[in-house]
Design a protein around this ligand. Structure first.
Ligand code: KG4
Ligand code: ZN
Length: 493
């Protein structure tokens, strides 16, 4: 027997079964067709030679609750457990969607159905008088509670030690320690310094997260850890801590992809993630453009930087201008009073000749050199420069190239959604231009709150929870740090 998701292409078979199952109050073909294709609904059908049963679930995004819309099994196929099979499939789907409860209505005189629902965990919570017309029969309201996994996530890919805790799709804690100050005298992240700082920060950050969430280690259902991409030495500290906790407390462990974690962060913002999306991830460590159709199974790297990361370019140009580390916020502030059109700095990999091989790749080292040349030339010729104009023109070049490529990807792949992630998302001009360009192109722009954009443990916990909720097996303890982990590997088994 085949089980598959239904769409309005199956309408004829569904309506035939609907009429034979509910002779007095069958749905109309129009409303059933709309249900089958609704993005908030999930209808499953069971087939032998033809459709013998179907059932539907509806989930309002962000509500943490689902409803069983209908269920019907053909008279010739009853007594074989097919109704139960369909219901269990829908409960699993509700769990994967982050629902904490599933509700249904059933006729009080339908004892067989009530017995089935009770056997799979539904309890009676209310009665609606004379709900079913014209038969004038009461409806019993039943509810099944769903345990959503409590997951602790550890992030140590770069200079942030993050420990987050989620329950399913809900954010409970997001504790963070940054070693950024320790890197400031070097003008950039020093891997050994970052690794040592993680060692010192991991225990207090873990304790802070547990107390913020009001839970103890014994309550945790699973541990997730980012095992790449990132700095090898830094990753090893988080991985070591996660494995130690998993062993000491006998918990399953999930090794997850840091970049996909950035995309999954949006789950915590609205209770679900809307896909497909183009994701532009820009930080001090990475600049990546992704096409994500399925968080757990279908992510594609469209392009990335071939030299410096976007944040790194900000940090390096800040140094040229004599500004302290981290340079991003400094340049952003200085640029406010400058003219973005004062100097025309190059847009890397944006020429027609670059389109064949590097349409969605980025390069910022030429831009950084151009700024340095501009400043050196002025010094040599003893001409005074306007630092605000340099900052504004540089910022404009970075923002322009990032968003031109991101929107080009939306257009090429027909995806009407753009998600931003990474520390550079703090940039005021990036937000402004993204808002303008997305609105004129009819693209939905998603920017999670800043604490979920920068590297953090909650997004790692969230991705781990998605894996648990969808029934994926934990990783074995053999996994290691993968500094160049591909985005196609969501979980290292
Ligand atoms: O994601 P993030 O906090 O972590 C790492 O990459 O480790 O990103 C930090 C980067 C730094 O390079 C910083 O200069 C940049 O994000 N950044 C900014 C702004 N705020 C932070 N870049 C441009 N404009 C900003 N306002
Ligand atoms: Zn990151």
């Amino acid at each position: 027997m085949e089980l598959r998701k239904l769409s309005s292409a199956d309408i004829e078979a569904v309506m035939a079964l609907e009429h034979s199952s509910f002779p007095s109050d069958a749905w109309s073909s129009e409303s059933m067709g709309a249900e089958l294709d609704s993005p908030n609904c999930h209808y499953l059908g069971l087939f032998d030679d033809s459709l013998v049963g179907y059932a539907g679930l509806s989930t309002i995004p962000g509500s943490f609750s689902s409803d069983i819309q209908t269920i019907a099994v053909s008279p010739r196929a009853r007594g074989k457990g097919l109704g139960k099979k369909l219901m269990l499939e829908l409960l699993a789907k509700a769990k994967a969607l982050g629902s904490e409860q599933v509700l249904l209505e059933v006729r009080v005189d339908n004892e067989v159905a009530i017995g089935l629902y009770k056997s799979i965990g539904f309890e009676r919570i209310d009665v609606r008088k004379r709900y079913y017309q014209p038969d004038d029969v009461d409806a019993l309201i039943m509810r099944a509670k769903i345990h959503q996994p409590l997951v602790l996530g550890i992030e140590s890919t770069c200079d942030e030690t993050g420990v987050g805790i989620v329950r399913g799709n809900r954010l409970l804690a997001n504790a963070l320690h940054s070693s950024m100050d320790e890197h400031s005298k070097y003008g950039g992240v020093v891997p050994e310094v970052a690794a040592r700082a993680h060692l010192e920060a991991i225990k207090p950050t873990l304790e802070k997260a547990l107390s913020e969430a009001g839970v103890a280690m014994r309550d945790i259902d699973a541990i997730a850890v980012a095992n790449g991409p990132g700095l090898a030495g830094a990753l090893m500290v988080g991985i070591g801590a996660a494995k130690g906790l998993a062993l000491a407390h006998n918990k399953p462990i999930y090794a997850v992809n840091h970049l996909i974690g950035h995309v999954g962060a949006d789950v915590l913002e609205r209770g679900y993630v809307q896909l497909p999306t183009i994701a532009l991830l820009v930080s001090g460590g990475h600049t990546s453009l992704l096409l994500v159709r399925d968080l757990l199974g279908d992510a594609q790297l469209l392009g990335e930087t071939i030299d410096d990361a976007a944040g790194e370019a900000f940090d390096k140009v800040a140094r040229v201008l004599g500004l302290p580390y981290p340079g991003g916020p400094q340049i952003d502030r200085l640029a406010q009073t400058g003219d973005p059109k004062a100097i025309r700095f190059p847009r890397g990999l944006s020429l027609p000749k670059d389109m064949a091989k590097h349409r969605f790749d980025f390069s910022f080292s030429g831009l950084k050199t151009a700024v340095a040349r501009y400043v050196e030339k002025a010094e040599r010729e003893a001409v005074e420069i306007n630092p605000a104009d340099v900052a504004a023109s540089f910022r404009e070049a970075v923002v322009d190239v990032l968003l031109t490529k991101a929107l080009d990807a939306c257009e090429l792949y027909g995806v009407k959604r753009l998600l931003l992630g990474g520390g550079v998302v703090a940039n005021a001009r990036l937000r402004e231009v993204a808002t303008e360009r997305c609105s004129s192109a009819g693209i939905e722009l998603r920017i999670p709150r800043f604490s979920l954009c920068t590297d953090n443990g909650a997004m790692i916990a969230s991705l781990g929870a998605q894996l648990v909720m969808a029934g994926h097996e934990p990783s074995s303890l053999g996994f290691g740090a993968e500094s160049t982990l591909e985005v196609t590997t969501v979980q290292t088994l």
